[in-house]
Design a protein around this ligand. Structure first.
Ligand code: UD1
Length: 365
């Protein structure tokens, strides 16, 4: 048995919060001692604090307060501030989730110090190295000691990259644990939208969609066109909001059929997803959540790292091309869209499997 049973869990950005919530809850029931460290990558009330409230995540024990910056600055700043914390805390392992800059930054510091790294949501691949998250995924997996996967394809991806099979554990999807735990508490969309009408929902924040003026303009034109067929609810990410302002595109979404909203908390977003006719998005998490809810998802990206949502779920990949987007929307409006089925182990018990494997591991080592 290791001398310490402390696991230092890391979060940084919005999509991490729904992944860590059920893991922290499960640790609280186990003999293991989990501490929560927030890097401060996301910091706004709406991008950060609201999720801790909605999901009942304990307040972080440590906050590195790094804030925004270029990829290099943000990653380096997290690493610099994380190192002394690691020296002081001396955990048995560091647990990271997902694929954001906080994930790779803390994994890298831990692995260089010989502290075992646990990666939750390992092995997902878009095979698109132009995506910063893909680089974070590949590198984090390479230096992880225990890799927890959400779908079977992830193991094949990892084996191909030389990761040893005994390190890989297929446990299912912790984000879907959170969805199961909170579905009954979801805020009805009618309340968020103050409207009874049926609607589609939209989120956009990938640099490849919103940082380029031409791509963003073309996407917003397409959205405007879709809104003539069905009203669109559009929670606006801070990155997208600032690009629209910079490029003078705000007018393009000024229409009674486009309901622009601030970034939503988890329970509001869940309600919006659950009741939508379909979802247009470039988010990773929403591709999975819509599959779990049986809501058609049209993904505004050229690829996905979450292949199971296409193979078994409700997801259709259409990229930025207007014709492809409009034809997918037409199909969903006319036929109701892909029905899909729930992927294996997306059953609300992934975090139980994770903690039970970690208890065994700590006991043996
Ligand atoms: C990050 C993640 C991405 C994830 C997304 C979810 C990386 C590489 N990217 O992208 O994988 O899908 O979060 O939101 O880690 N900002 C605020 N308030 C905040 C946070 C950011 O206003 O609380 C602004 C910043 O000024 C920044 C912009 O939003 O300019 C983008 O934030 P950043 O953390 O750089 O990347 P995201 O696009 O959020």
């Amino acid at each position: 048995m290791k001398t310490s049973s402390k696991i230092l869990c890391v979060v940084g950005a919005r999509p991490n919060f729904m992944k860590i919530a059920p893991i922290m809850a499960e640790f609280a029931k186990s003999p293991l001692h989990a501490k929560l460290l927030h890097t401060g990558q996301h910091y706004n009330e709406s991008m950060n604090h609201q999720f801790f409230v909605d999901l009942g995540i304990p307040a972080p024990d440590i906050n590195l307060e790094v804030g925004s910056g270029s990829h290099a600055v943000q990653t380096a700043e997290i690493m610099k501030r994380f190192e002394p914390v690691l020296d002081q805390e001396k955990p048995a392992a560091v647990l990271v989730v997902g694929d954001v800059n906080s994930t790779i930054a803390c994994a890298l510091v831990a692995s260089k110090k010989g502290v075992p790294v646990i990666h939750v949501e390992a092995g997902l691949r878009s095979f698109d190295r132009g995506m910063p998250e893909e680089i974070n995924r590949v590198l984090t997996d390479q230096i992880s000691d225990i890799l927890f996967t959400t779908e079977r394809i992830a193991r094949d991806n990892l084996l191909r990259e030389g990761i040893k099979d005994e390190r890989i554990h297929f446990v299912g999807n912790v984000m879907i644990d959170t969805l199961h735990h909170n579905l009954a508490r979801a805020v009805p969309a009618q309340e968020t939208l103050a409207s009874q009408k049926s609607y589609a929902a939209l989120t956009l924040h990938r640099p490849s969609n919103v940082d380029d003026r031409e791509s963003l303009t073309s996407l917003l034109q397409t959205i405007r066109q879709i809104s003539t067929q069905i009203p669109i609810a559009f929670p606006l990410h801070p990155r997208t909001r600032s690009r629209m302002e910079e490029y003078g595109l705000n007018e393009m979404i000024e229409s009674p059929d486009i309901m622009v909203l601030p970034p939503l908390g988890y329970l509001q977003m869940l309600g919006l997803m659950k009741d939508a006719k379909f979802f247009l998005t470039d988010s990773g998490g929403i591709q999975e959540e819509t599959t779990a809810l049986g809501v058609p998802c049209i993904t505004l990206r050229e690829n996905t790292e979450r292949q199971i949502t296409v193979d078994e779920g409700t997801n259709t990949i259409v990229g930025q091309d207007r014709k492809r987007i409009l034809s997918a929307v037409k199909e969903v409006i006319e036929t109701g869209g892909k029905r899909g089925r729930i992927p294996e182990f997306w059953d609300g018990h992934a975090s139980q499997r994770i903690v039970s494997i970690l208890e065994d591991w700590l006991h043996r080592s």
